[in-house]
Each structure stands twice: as structure tokens, then as C-alpha cells.
Design a protein around this ligand. Sequence first.
Ligand code: ADP
Ligand code: LRH
Length: 480
Amino acid sequence: STVKSYAAVDLGASSGRVMVGRVGPGSLELSEAHRFPNRPVRVPEGLRWDVLGLYRGVLDGLRAAGQVASVGVDSWAVDYGLLDADGALLGNPVHYRDARTEGVAEKVWATLPAEELYAATGLQYAPFNTLYQLAAARDTAQLAAARRLLLVPDLLTYWLTGELGTELTNASTTQLVDPRTRDWAHGVAGRLGIDLGLFPPLRLPGDPAGVLRPEVLQETGLTGPVPVTAVGSHDTASAVAAVPATDGRFAYICTGTWSLAGLELSAPVLTEESRAANFTNELGLDGTVRYLRNIMGLWLLQECVRAWGDPDLGELLRAAAEVPALRSVVDAGDAAFLAPGRMPERIAEACRASGQPVPSSPAETTRCILDSLALAHHAAVEEAQRLADHPVDVVHIVGGGTRNTLLCQLTADACGLPVVAGPTEAAALGNVLVQARADGLVGDLAGMRDLLARTQAPTRYEPRGDTARWRQAAARLTGR
Ligand code: ADP
Ligand code: LRH
């Protein structure tokens, strides 16, 4: 029987990796070829991605991966690089945590009210949606010189193949796509003076995206032709595709730098109530909609760990498990935590401001973060079910946060539902499976999930009761 290898390039906000998936009839194995840190750089003009360093990591990873049937690229959403008339990159892509979008949304809404924008695009308000980034860049020399705009995975795909395209799942995070037609929102772009001509034509997960350029083959030691396949290039689209659900009654939480918590739907929810609850409608594989809320996620912990001089994470989590539960909680959905820096102090300030005990040790702060994340996970899972009228029996957790067993257990406790945790490298697996599908090796989304459920043994966490305590803690935040 034939087993084929596929390389998944998966760039998260905290690390990039090149993973190799081996897919055969009824079999699926994933291994890591190369992992490299993703460290943004602050320069005088602001916070930037080190996109050349990332591309270096991709090339090293492809060399380590060895010969593969194809390559796919996914990354975090919303950010982009601009190309000049010669096809050269103009500057370093701006980080979505950069301050340039402060106060921009209000100006956009003066032209196009937030209600209309939501009805047309279904995207939750986040200051970093590409639409606001483009509004912030409006009068810059760089944008004036730009002939093309490529979202980060499309930029790397372009460097690998020389071919231009805009992959749909990630395009849906720009706030310039209509989730009903799954095509550009021309009316929105027109009213805001955004030139959609900057975006190369849309392509869908599974579409061909060229072959590795001769120079790339030479540098990676691969033998051509090696096709590149468009995948769900938004990492969250790939991760949700790899949720090993066995029926439709599930919620998911993609945990990494962010927690993305919600439901997979067949149509967007564009009601005013949904907008007020800040739920987003991003586009997924095969006509699906990712109806979810962004929660600050393990970013809160990453930033604290950085501030504490990188103590051992395992020891910190063991100590946090010994701290009494729910002493203090913060709103883990609050955009006040978006920017980098001073995170332990900002968390302490939020506890003080809401009249709760102020965590005083790294273990206590860590416990506060994990309790707060579990609380926010529950709120998102519960509200999504209500707003979409779509009940669930189980919560799937995928991504790096599945390694945090305390977070998984607390999430089960807060939700009062069983949690099924895994796979950890969900985005890479979703990336691999879309390539294998384009190659005819696996079937539809249900077939992909069936293969995952049979091959990637997850861990199950049962809720430990005591949901009343979680409700009381939630009330401390809402003041109700
Ligand atoms: P991203 O793709 O956004 O860069 P990941 O999915 O790689 O993020 O998840 C990274 C997070 O996973 C880290 O911030 C950390 O909190 C958590 N994590 C990674 N390894 C471990 C571990 N061994 N134990 C507990 N948590 C871990
Ligand atoms: C997670 C993610 C998330 C976006 C954020 C910018 O990596 O793609 O889905 O909201 O980054």
C-alpha cells in the first residue's frame, strides 16, 4: 500500500514549524522536521515580523523534511506584506500587535457604521483586522508604492513558487470578504477607498499554488517538480479542520498564543446580538463557517513567563495547580491585554480594579491566568451555542494548549462538559490532510476527521462538578 509524505509549514505567533505528515490508507503520522522561534522585532517605526528569518526557517525545514509529494503553508491571520511593481517586498510586515491601529476603528465607523460592517462581513471587531490596518496605512509612502498585497502565507507561497494568489480562509480574516457569497465585499472596500485590486485572485484550499522554484529546490536539496498546494492557510482554519469530532454537536477551542473558541456552522450568524457579543464568522473548508470568539489565550502566560526571565513552564504549572482555585480572575477577552509588555503588573492591576485579591507570586498569577482562560472558554462556548442555536455535547481542545493539562481540566470544569484534548499540532495536520485530499488520498471533511479520530489518540477530561463556583467567579467580572 502507498504511503505519501507531505510537508506542512505552520507559522504560529510564537513559533514556526515544518512538519511531515505520512498519509496512507487508514494511516496518518506526523513528525517534526524543524521548529524555530518566531520573535517579532521592535524598530523605530513599530513592531515588525522577522519575515526573512521565518522564510529561512521554512527553507531549513524543507531541507530537513526531505523529499515530499507536496508542500502547504499556513500561518496566523490578518497580516500581510506589500510588493512593489517589481514584485519585491516593501518593508517588513507589520505585527498585528503594533500600535498603529489605535483609534482607527472609530474613524472607519464614521464612514461605515460598525453595524453595517458586521452585517456585510460578519467579522468581530478586532483593532488588527486587515481592514483597519489598511485604513491606518492609508497615507503611507509604502502603500502608495504597493502594487500587490499578500497575506503572510500567500507571501511565503509566492517566495517558494513565484505564483500569486489569495487563499480564501485567510482572506476571510481581512474583513473584506462577504461570508454569504464567500467572495470579496466590494461595497465595503469601495466605501472605505480600499483597492481590492491589490489582492491577487482568490484560491481555495486544495487548489494548486505552483511548484517550488529551481532556486528553492537547490537550497533545500529536493528534487522537482514539488507542487505547493493551497491549504486552509489561516492556521485556525487548518486547526479546526483537524478537530477529531465524530458528529456535528461539538464546540472547539484552538489554544496557542490565542484561544479561538466556538462552533463550526454551515452559514454565518450576522445578527446584531452576535455583533454585540463579538463573535466572528471566518470561512473554513468546504463551505463551513468558523463562528468563534478570540480570547487572549496563552499569550497572557507567554508574556508573564518572558517578564519572569523564562522559568521552567512545567514547574510553574505544577505550582499553579497547588494554588487555591478562582481566587481572582480577569477578563481574558479584554483587548487591554493585546499589546506586549508588563503583563504580570497589568494582570495585578485588573485584579485590584475589580476588588479581588492581587496575585503576588508567579504561581498565583499563572493560576489567575488559567482560571480566567477557562472562564472565558466557557463563556464563548455557551454564548456561541445560544446565538447560533447549535447545542453541543463535547468541547474539543486542539493546539499547543493541549499540553497544559491543568488548563484542559479547568476548561472541562468551567464548561461542565467533557473535554477531548488533541491533536496538539492540529494546524499542521489540517494542512497535511488538505494536501493529501488534493492528491486523492482522503475524502471529505468528515473523512479527514474520521482518519484523525482513529489515528491521533486524544485525552479526555471529565468535568469535576462545582459549576456554581465558576458561575460566581464569572459574576465578579460582569458585576452581576
Ligand atoms: P502558536 O501556534 O500560537 O505559536 P502553539 O499552538 O505552539 O502556539 O502553543 C504554544 C503554547 O503552548 C505556549 O505558549 C505554551 O503555553 C503551551 N505549551 C507548549 N509546550 C507546553 C508544555 N510542555 N506544557 C504546557 N504548555 C505548553
Ligand atoms: C491564531 C490567529 C487567530 C487570529 C490571530 C491574529 O494564530 O490566526 O485566528 O485571530 O492569529
